[in-house]
Design a protein around this ligand. Structure first.
Ligand code: NDP
Length: 505
């Protein structure tokens, strides 16, 4: 069942012919047990797009029950049939590109062009990739003692809990659900209550293409209630979380009760190092994409630009000019390059870092406020902001998660490495150089889960994604993730029917 548009008279929401607003539990769209509602807000004008059902602890319990019941037949289904459903879903998402892009744009503030060129195609690719991998998760045969056969199977875990943040809801939902389902797990997923619409739409498409009831359950609710219950639920065997480091820590503590497997994709403070021999125009454009794409709301954002002192002035002149020319506007306008931040609370948080920077002697080179334009004043905008800061300053150490980048200079490779590795995080890192030896030496020594050389923020479902240090552990995507969503079972066979040499009488 689909609930009709609740978007009121806002013409921006006119294309919202229908939007699902209920919880998906056991293949049915249902209200929350308590009947609570959460308003999802359009960050461009602060209006309510829709009121969605609020899942609380009791709803999570029902979702887990449904997933547990669905797991035996889902996990025993031929792997290629599970794969086929994921491939059908990928096709259906591709057909739905325009509508999904529209929903993502009004719910998150992502520019529609980005949604059409990146978010939706990457989502399709992800479901397709893992649809193809479903029947390729092979076990192994281990050479053991003569007369014995030892084989190792990879088995799904059971019910997995997935908690998704608000910055890339459509894409991150695919990163989590596609491999978990390909491996044969049943899923209980909680999108952020700030941006639930595309996850609900994916739920509709999943039902349409024939996923069995209970295999995927969607619980839209708050972190401290529904999220907390997913983390401590005794029947959930694994949890995959993307979000802040503080919440990641809480999840680890809550998961200890039944010793869940935990995979955490947390914050980052990506160093983006430009050496003196870099292709400067490429580095300028790539660095702008690294920090300003999606309004900087990306864990892998290149939020610390480090410039060799000999090219710093040249780079900064071009980079500040580019930042100042980025077109802020309505996410639904195809000309918009930067939309509003996803929530008002987050806009305030990001802007508060401007004062933090100034208190420690930081110099704002550009931005540092919302736009002057009256047309944009009801949106949660922050202008592209560049701050010159010391590497020990808070703004160069803490994740700001907005269109806010710090810049500083370094003298040589050794100093560059020291500064790059000076934060607690270790997610993405990038460097720009024409020197192949230097590039690989830096890649070897950077404290990071991912390194980009002469590019930034490249991702692909075949390549493992995740961090080290306080950026979390475990990996999404790549073949590694199939190990995250399965566990090894070692089976011993006494082929020669040998009698053990012990206790013989
Ligand atoms: P959170 O980590 O609080 O939120 C991420 C998700 O976790 C949301 O779905 C949230 O639900 C849920 N959650 C919150 N508390 C709990 C809990 N106790 N148990 C289980 N789930 C919970 O991030 P914020 O949205 O508060 O953003 C704060 C900062 O975190 C950002 O400024 C950024 O630095 C970082 N962040 C990093 C992300 C990344 O991609 N690595 C993504 C998002 C944020 P609810 O929305 O109801 O709180």
């Amino acid at each position: 069942m689909t609930i009709q548009n609740q978007g009121g008279n806002n013409p921006r929401h006119a294309k919202l012919q229908s939007v699902q607003t209920k919880l998906l539990i056991n293949g049915e769209w249902v209200d929350g047990v308590d009947g609570g509602k959460i308003a999802t807000i359009d960050p461009y004008d602060g209006t309510v797009i829709a009121e969605i059902a609020e899942a609380r602890e009791a709803d999570v319990d029902l979702a887990v029950e449904a997933a547990k019941a669905a797991f035996p037949s889902w996990s025993k289904m031929a792997a290629h049939d599970r794969g086929r459903l994921l491939l059908k879903l990928a096709d259906r998402i591709e057909e739905d590109t325009e509508y999904l892009a529209y929903l993502e744009a009004i719910d998150t503030g992502h520019p529609i062009n980005d949604c059409l060129r990146l978010d939706v195609p990457r989502t399709v690719l992800c479901y397709r990739y893992f649809g193809g991998i479903a029947d390729k998760v092979e076990g192994s045969v281990i050479p053991v003692d003569a007369g014995f056969l030892n084989y190792v199977k990879r088995e799904p875990i059971g019910v997995v809990g997935q908690i998704v943040p608000w910055n890339f809801p459509l894409m991150f939902t695919s990163w989590k659900m596609a491999p978990a389902l390909a491996a044969g797990n049943a899923v209980v997923i909680k999108p952020s209550e700030i941006t639930p619409l595309t996850t609900l739409r994916i739920g509709e498409l999943m039902m349409e293409v024939g996923f069995p009831p209970g295999v995927v359950n969607i619980v839209t609710g708050y972190g401290h209630t529904a999220g907390q219950r997913i983390s401590d639920h005794p029947e959930i065997g694994k949890i995959s979380f993307t979000g802040s480091t503080d919440t990641g820590r809480r999840i680890v503590q809550a998961s200890a009760g039944n010793l869940k497997k935990v995979q955490l994709e947390l914050g980052g403070k990506g160093p983006n190092i430009v050496f003196e021999d870099a292709n400067i125009p490429a580095a300028v454009g790539g660095s702008a994409f690294a920090i300003f794409h999606n309004q900087g709301q990306a864990c892998i954002a290149g939020s610390r630009i480090m410039l060799h002192e000999s090219i710093a002035d040249n780079f900064l002149e071009k980079f500040t000019a580019l930042a100042g020319s980025i077109r802020l506007g309505d996410p639904l306008d195809p000309n918009t390059e930067m939309g509003p931040l996803t929530s008002e609370l987050h806009q305030k948080r990001v802007l508060s870092f401007v004062d933090v920077a100034k208190e420690q002697g930081g110099e704002v080179l550009c931005g540092g406020a919302g736009p002057e334009s009256e047309a944009l004043e009801s949106g949660y905008f922050v202008k592209p902001t560049i701050v010159r800061a010391k590497y020990t300053d808070r703004v160069a150490q803490e994740e700001v998660f907005g269109p806010f980048v710090t810049v500083l200079t370094f003298k040589d490779d050794e100093e560059a490495l020291k500064i790059a590795n000076s934060t607690d995080y270790g997610l993405g890192a990038g460097l720009w150089t024409r020197d192949i030896t230097r590039a690989h030496r830096m890649a070897d020594n950077l404290h990071a889960g991912m390194v980009w050389i002469n590019c930034y923020k490249r991702v692909h479902p075949g390549s493992p994604f995740g961090g080290v240090g306080q950026s979390g552990y475990g990996r999404e995507m790549g073949f590694d993730v199939m190990r995250e969503y399965t566990q090894a079972k070692s089976v011993w066979v006494n082929v020669d029917a040998q009698i053990p040499p012990f206790y013989q009488r």
